[in-house]
Ligand binder design. Structure first.
Ligand SMILES: O=P(O)(O)OC[C@H]1O[C@](O)(CO)[C@@H](O)[C@@H]1O
Length: 613
């Protein structure tokens, strides 16, 4: 695992380090001050107060015995080399040396990790790994179809990939044209959550400067946001391929986005169906709509692929291919990473190393947040992508045995070094409630484009220095970090990163005994939103009746609540009225929204048709 060639790259005695001292306040305040002082209470690794006894008894005990992170440079260098994971073919390294796990902890975790490997093996063989929804979990087959548990699934995957490639080629080459006979120039992707975050991340990371088709996203039900995207397209709406992505085919935000886009098409005199593509489960509402309306194309989303792990399905592959991104390379990178992650030797398994470090750092109960800091602009959206992957997978109320555990790990981050000028101050010196993950990219620019902005120093050297400096600065103050290094941002390395984190999440879920593949908590918010909209309809009906009277009868909030038989919902009724008034859909006859008890409301128009509904 240890690479001798890396030692020169990462040499702790590099003279460049001293030059960095002047670069950044936080960095300069500590570099060189690395004396180990086990009795110094400031450097003690304190156990987070909320660590519970559920699954973290081992880590809790071991951390208490651990008096501080290793600070001796020689011992640290040894730890670095001993634990460095390298995937030669992918050019990917994983450094966990700045996480303070002890040998005893490794020993204690070994059987748990072996159990997690076994769970993963069963999952890959087609076990019902999502017991609540009685579903298989097959995102790993998407990049290795031969591993699918039967030939039907294998063919489904292969045929879909073939269809995606064919369709993308035909659109890019101009064989498939717009109704007016010109080439497609833009993609408008409509989807939310896992049906948006992967494509957004990959577009930002990999789309060339001048892609064959440029991509835009509608990932919300914010009317102003939708208007903005459509306005930005302007006359190019006529050459826009609209890809509507929804696994369930019934997500309200996505449906609204579609209806808004279809309206824009009608107003522009365009035929939506000739430019619309659906990616969804067979026979979903969206699938049936697309089929009945005769959309340009439909691609399947499989029951056994979750939204947040769908980047290697048609969801991620079609938009990527249309932007000229080599999707077979993405798949190959993911497949190689999966292969590496199948070893049961923990040290050689990067996903297991990540899961183990998360367990250590968060006491196995999410007591610390994961701050993800890619030092590369094109990887900006990686942290956002990981936020859903990790939090929707691990944030669970109950474990697999029905115990209330309230698990999860919070994820946030944007990019370095930008964030150094925003919140790194708190990370180094403030509340100690996180561990960091640095994502490092060794290649700064394509070959032949670099130049020295100072003698011997390039712009990329500064970025490198900021990363190394921040890592050191955090560590010297007992803040743990993981570093994932890739040579370059390529389709292959991006595929590998996606696969690495998908597997780490799956293994961690086994360690803490939860179902990573369902999301029951999301339903509560969706249900409540539905109830608000139902209440709004009743309020409108009551207001309409009063507004149709001669003379019009403005109503107080109490009167509205009473007539709706919803006295307990008066606060929500007030919010509905305030929202409608702000959008000129309800008129305030007396008082103002600032003093709820004073207002009297009516509708500007009486709708007789609605009176007896
Ligand atoms: O692809 P769909 O079915 O529209 O769902 C979008 C997102 O909504 C969620 O179901 C959560 O509400 C996510 O898991 C999913 O990625």
């Amino acid at each position: 695992m240890a690479s001798s060639s890396l030692s020169s790259i990462y040499s702790p005695s590099s003279s460049f380090k001293s030059e960095l001292k002047s670069l950044y306040k936080i960095t300069s305040s500590h570099l060189g001050s690395s004396t180990h002082s086990p009795n110094n209470s400031k450097s003690r690794f304190t156990v987070h107060a909320v660590a519970r006894e559920v699954s973290n008894d081992v880590v809790h005990k071991l951390k208490k015995e651990n008096v501080g992170l290793e600070k001796n440079p020689n011992a640290l260098w040894k730890r670095y080399v001993d634990w460095l994971y390298q995937h030669k073919e992918l050019g990917l390294y994983l450094d966990v040396s700045r996480v303070g796990f002890s040998d005893e902890f490794i020993e204690e975790m070994e059987p748990r990790l072996q159990k997690a490997f076994k769970d993963m093996e069963e999952l890959e063989k087609g076990a019902i790994a999502n017991p609540d929804e009685r579903r298989m979990v097959g995102h790993y087959w998407l990049r290795s179809p031969h591993l699918a548990p039967n030939s039907f699934l294998r063919l489904q995957i292969e045929n879909t990939l073939e269809a995606v490639c064919q369709f993308a080629n035909d659109v890019v080459s101009g064989k498939i044209k717009t109704p007016s006979g010109s080439r497609f120039t833009q993609i408008l992707s409509v989807g939310i959550g896992g049906s948006a975050l992967g494509p957004q991340f990959v577009a930002e990371a990999l789309a060339p400067d001048n892609p064959p088709l440029k991509i835009r996203f509608i990932d919300n039900t914010d009317p102003a946001g939708i208007d903005h995207q459509i306005a930005q397209l302007g006359p190019e709406l006529a050459t826009t391929l609209v890809i509507v992505i929804s696994k369930s085919g019934g997500t309200p935000e996505t449906r609204n986005g579609l209806l808004e886009v279809q309206k824009a098409f009608r107003e522009a005199g365009l035929i939506f169906s000739k430019q619309g593509v659906a990616i969804t489960q067979e026979n979903s509402l969206l699938d049936n709509t697309a089929r009945i309306e005769g959309w340009l194309a439909r691609f399947p989303m499989f029951d056994w692929v979750g939204g947040r792990t769908s980047e290697m399905s048609a969801v991620g592959l079609l938009p990527a291919a249309l932007q000229g991104i080599d999707i077979r390379e993405m798949l190959a990178g993911a497949a190689s990473m999966d292969e590496a992650n199948r070893t049961t030797v923990v040290r050689d398994n990067p996903a297991a190393l990540l899961a183990m470090c998360w367990y250590w750092a968060t006491d196995g109960v999410g007591s610390k947040d994961m701050v993800v800091l890619p030092y590369k602009d094109s990887l900006l959206l990686f942290s956002r992508y990981l936020q859903q992957l990790v939090m929707e997978s691990l944030g669970k109320e109950f474990d697999l045995d029905g115990n209330r555990v309230n698990q999860g790990i919070s994820v946030y981050g944007n990019k370095g070094s930008t964030d150094q000028h925003a919140y790194i101050q708190q990370l180094r010196e403030g509340v100690h409630n996180f561990f960091a993950t640095f994502i490092e990219v060794l290649r700064d620019r394509p070959p032949g484009h670099d130049w020295e902005l100072e003698p011997g120093v390039t712009c990329g050297d500064y970025l490198f220095g900021m990363l190394q400096g921040t890592r050191s600065a955090l560590y010297s103050n007992d803040r743990e970090s993981i570093t994932v290094t890739v040579q370059e941002v390529t389709p292959r390395s991006v595929g590998a990163l996606v696969a690495l984190y998908e597997r780490a999440v799956g293994l961690y879920a086994s360690l803490v005994n939860i179902n990573a593949y369902h999301q029951p908590g999301v339903e509560a918010g969706k249900k409540a939103a539905g109830e608000v909209l139902a209440l709004q309809k009743r309020v409108l009906q009551v207001l309409n009746e009063a507004s149709c009277q001669e003379p019009v009868e403005p109503l107080t909030l109490d009167e509205i609540a009473h007539r709706c038989h919803c006295e307990d919902d008066i606060e929500m009724i007030y919010k509905i009225i305030a929202h409608m008034a702000a959008n000129d859909r309800a008129l305030i006859a007396e008082g103002s929204c600032g003093s709820p008890r004073s207002i009297k409301v009516y509708l500007g128009e009486c709708n007789v048709d609605e009176l007896y509904v």
